[in-house]
Design a binder for this molecule. Structure first.
Ligand code: HSE
Length: 322
């Protein structure tokens, strides 16, 4: 199979971006042989142009996003995060006829519909597998694997930082110490209140709900883990339960209701056994019954793998369309 080259422009070379570069270098020849697409890294937007980065050719680096967006790439990978700048970059990429891959759940929650409409009008794709549950291919499972079934319910753990913190608190740490560890490992958002207050989980749940259900979202409840204390953890243990930050979608009159909040779970609940930065999603399909998706929900390489899977998918459809 001959490989056609797809040139990838990268916006952001932080925790996930640097993992993406490393993974692409490592898997490039296998991807070409297996999927028939040659991926080539183009310009890379960074904050600090002087910093030396492993696997990154310094000549590819720029501190000006226009060099990436108006350059010669076919796919723009947006990993800068946030809403304002990232949104402007994605809109420009779409206007320029580039396909886009993003891990940015905040942007999709704020402007997803507008961006998908703009992408449709421009005839380009937006890949967003990495925006929910890191390395778990849950977006593709809902879009493709479950395309023939009706989802009856969905619940899960979708914020790796909260789960990591609760796990460390079970080991005896205080919440702020556990948060520091999560930050050191690159799981937490730049503004960790997004994790602690449940906002990140709610953004991801909104994306999952829109993929899994036809009905409109008519209610949203959001509570994070900020108020959980060691005493709560000890009390849960004494009662034979564990505390987990659970995100769920329920059918209600007129649509679906979203809820993210700490819950006390018994050992028989599949979510009770999820520890560290892992995420899990339990889906009931009318035909398939119960499905459990489990894996790393945050971190450099798992999230990079999801980003790269979208890039490959786009490169394959470009090859088919050519
Ligand atoms: N802060 C997020 C989390 C990163 O902890 O899940 C991955 O989306």
């Amino acid at each position: 199979m001959s490989a056609r080259t797809t040139r990838v422009g990268l916006l952001g070379c932080g925790v996930v971006g640097s993992g993406f570069v490393e993974l692409l270098m490592r898997e490039q020849s296998r991807i070409a042989a297996r999927h028939g697409v040659a991926l080539e890294l183009g310009r890379i937007l960074v904050r600090d142009g002087e910093k030396v980065r492993r696997h990154v050719d310094p000549r590819a680096v720029t501190t000006n996003a226009i060099d990436v967006l108006d350059g010669d790439c076919d796919v723009v990978v947006e990993l800068v995060g946030g809403v304002e700048c990232a949104g402007a970059y994605v809109r420009r990429a779409i206007r320029n006829g580039r396909d886009v891959v993003t891990a940015n759940k905040a942007l999709l929650a704020a402007a997803g519909r507008e961006l998908f409409d703009a992408a449709d009008r421009s005839g380009v794709a937006i890949g967003f597998e990495a925006s929910v549950c890191g390395g778990i291919p849950i977006v593709r499972a809902l879009q493709r694997g479950l395309a023939g079934d009706s989802v009856e319910s969905l619940r899960g753990i979708v914020n790796g930082t909260s789960n990591y913190i609760l796990s460390r608190m079970e080991d005896g740490l205080e919440l702020d110490e556990a948060l520091r560890l999560a930050q050191e490992r690159g799981f937490a958002e730049a503004d960790p209140s997004m994790d602690l207050d449940g906002v990140d989980a709610a953004q991801k749940l909104r994306i999952l709900a829109s993929l899994a259900f036809e009905e409109p979202i008519v209610a949203t409840t959001v509570r994070g883990i900020r108020e959980i204390t060691r005493a709560d953890i000890d009390d849960a243990r004494a009662s034979g339960v564990v505390i987990r930050h659970v995100a769920s979608v329920t059918r209600v009159a007129g649509g679906v209701a979203l809820r993210v909040a700490p819950e006390r779970l018994t050992a028989s609940d599949p979510l009770a056994r999820v520890r560290d930065e892992n995420n899990a999603v339990v889906i009931h399909g009318r035909a398939v019954g119960e499905l459990l998706f489990l894996g790393r929900g945050a971190g450099s390489m798992p999230t990079a793998a999801a980003v790269l899977s979208d890039v490959i998918e786009i490169a394959r459809s470009r090859r088919t369309a050519a």
